[in-house]
Design a protein around this ligand. Structure first.
Ligand code: MRU
Length: 341
């Protein structure tokens, strides 16, 4: 795994020989971003399977479950973690008739499919999302919903990448995204690597640039999108959405369906991860920027109510948030639901 906690100072990789190391990587943000967490978890399940000694499927599966539970316990908000683990469990069950050695190989292949599908899904999000971007636009994004957060193409960055491929001249403003600076450390870094015009701002500058008319639209990612169209994403996303409404700026959410949780009725039910105080009081675990012993709150995510969201862009098209629940209907005509440009 690329250790994202060390970017942009260092490009360093960590070997993950077993599922417990993968779980540690998820917890400690070596790998982060909802889709990437899901991919890592799927690979973690595949790794766990390799080490199981069992005579029959039943005892194999029984031994796989604690590893699944351990992986699932690392972070609560991004639904991809649970989605990917459930997918792997289901895959094992469906293929329970296979010889165990073959099943172990098949689980590795399935985890690789989770990765490959994610890249294809992001590309489709890009194709739909690019339609909302005009030549010359400046796009605000928050946190990192780019290559690093996914299989390699990004969700919020996908429409930007496709728009650029279409020949549009695009600028990106990246919120630094306190406390752990995914915008500054990761989004700015990866966009620069790809030659995309990015300007870094601190989180409290977005309103200033909106008021000056220098932001045309915002695109963010999501950790969990629920039935009523509410969206949980990195802390600070809600403030961006409210600012966008005040300034009449479209606010888009790029959401692969792996981040959509139709079982959850509204954002009020989404578990919000509370992270360690040192993320707020220290920079890079080195420099202390707050008085010793100060009380700290550190919710890692917030919920943006559906009413602030212009459209949710999925691999099946862009939808009004109120229509997201209909993606779960059988035989639904997506053409009727899509926001067509
Ligand atoms: O705490 P993180 O870095 O895992 O939070 C990531 C985000 O909030 C992303 O915006 C979200 O997962 C979407 S990534 C495509």
């Amino acid at each position: 795994m690329l250790d994202q906690t060390r970017l942009p100072v260092e490009v360093a990789y960590i070997d993950c020989p077993d599922y417990k190391t993968v779980a540690k990587g998820i917890k400690e943000l070596w790998i982060r971003g909802a889709p990437a967490i899901g991919i890592a978890a799927a690979m973690g399940v595949a790794l766990a399977a390799q080490d199981i000694k069992a005579r029959d499927f039943e005892s194999f599966y029984k031994k796989l479950l604690p590893a699944c539970e351990h992986l699932a316990a690392q972070r609560p908000t991004a639904v991809n973690l649970f989605w990917a683990i459930e997918r792997m469990k289901e895959f094992a069950l469906v293929n329970s008739g296979e010889k165990l050695q073959r099943l172990k190989e098949m689980l590795v292949e399935e985890s690789q499919r989770v990765l490959e599908e994610d890249i294809a899904v992001n590309r489709a999000i890009g194709e739909y999302g690019a339609g909302f971007i005009r030549d010359g636009d400046t796009i605000l994004t928050h946190c990192n919903a780019g290559s690093l957060a996914t299989g390699g193409y990004g969700t919020a960055t996908a429409p930007i990448r496709v728009a650029i491929e279409q020949g549009k001249n695009i600028k990106v403003l990246a919120d630094e995204t306190r406390p752990v600076l995914q915008g500054a450390r990761l989004t700015a870094w990866e966009l620069m690597q790809d030659g995309i015009d990015v300007t870094l701002i601190t989180d409290n500058m977005a309103g200033y640039f909106m008021k000056k008319g220098e932001i045309d639209l915002a695109i963010v990612g999501t950790d969990r999108t629920v039935r009523n169209g509410d969206v949980a994403n990195k802390i600070g996303t809600y403030s961006v959405a409210v600012l966008c409404r005040e300034h009449n700026i479209p606010f888009y959410v790029a959401a692969p369906t792996s981040t959509i949780d139709l079982k959850m009725p509204s954002g009020d039910h989404i578990p919000i991860e509370e992270r360690a105080a040192h993320e707020v009081t220290e920079v890079f675990g080195k420099v202390c920027i707050a008085p010793y012993g100060v009380k700290v709150a550190n919710p890692a995510f917030d919920v943006t109510p559906a009413k602030y969201i212009t459209a949710i862009i999925t691999e099946f098209g862009a939808f009004h948030p109120r229509d997201i629940r209909k993606l779960g209907y059988k035989n639904i005509d997506l053409g009727q639901l899509r926001i067509n440009l």
